[in-house]
Design a protein around this ligand. Structure first.
Ligand SMILES: C[S@@+](CC[C@H](N)C(=O)[O-])C[C@H]1O[C@@H](n2cnc3c(N)ncnc32)[C@H](O)[C@@H]1O
Length: 201
């Protein structure tokens, strides 16, 4: 399935198939795009009829639409959403933060609401490099990345599925794979990725 190009943003240049492949699930309501960068997915959700906002702890442009806010998901109060989207953002949180943000997602989601997550797994090339270099594991599968000036954390295979099961979420889609990426400053590299769509019962 081809990707849908909707903006020239540095992140989220294309709408991921994780969204475009599940269009039939999107019925509108209140949505939040966590770690939205300059809002590519937020805009896509709005075009699908959602009253969607985006939050990011770093704003990339001066002139962002009024539905994009500067906020850190670790402290943001999240209430009554029909859809929570967290694409490629949880890997910047350490394990304990990731767990508490996941719990916050559960609380903030209305019954019938969708939780859509994409993040790194331990199949990621960077994870293997941290291990090989004997970098300090500050929390389970979490390292400090000086290059990103942030934590780098990785879901173990099956871990996100287990979290969702424990939370009694319905699994609509779940996939773990290794994909090739190519962007500066690293060039061609492999990412271990988990992508999932869950529904709160
Ligand atoms: C790799 S980009 C992903 C952007 C977009 N979601 C996508 O998938 O294309 C990660 C984004 O998460 C943001 N971010 C990292 N830590 C965050 C936090 N604690 N709270 C909110 N946003 C955060 C970064 O500023 C960055 O814009």
């Amino acid at each position: 399935m081809g990707m849908e190009k909707i903006s020239d943003s540095p992140f989220g240049y294309e709408v991921p198939p994780l969204l475009s492949n599940h269009c039939d699930l999107f019925k509108g309501g209140r949505a939040i795009d966590v770690g939205c960068a300059n809002g590519t997915a937020t805009k896509w959700l709005r075009a699908k009829g959602y009253d969607a906002i985006g939050i990011d702890n770093h704003l990339y442009e001066d002139q962002l639409p009024k539905y994009i806010f500067k906020a850190d998901i670790r402290t943001f109060e999240l209430n009554r959403f029909d859809l929570i989207l967290a694409l490629n953002v949880l890997q910047f949180l350490k394990f304990s933060e990731k767990k508490s943000v996941f719990a916050k997602f559960l609380d903030g989601l209305l019954p019938g609401g969708l939780l859509i997550i994409e993040s790194f797994t331990t199949q990621d090339e960077t994870y293997n490099r941290f291990r090989r270099d004997n970098e300090e594991e500050v929390e389970p599968n979490t390292f400090w990345s000086p290059r990103r000036n942030a934590y780098a954390s990785f879901f173990a295979l099956g871990e996100l599925r287990d979290w969702a099961k424990q939370a009694n979420l319905l699994e609509i889609f779940y996939n773990e794979e290794i994909i090739q990426d190519n962007h500066p400053p690293v060039g061609v590299h492999n990412h271990g990725i988990v992508s999932a769509v869950f529904k709160k019962l």
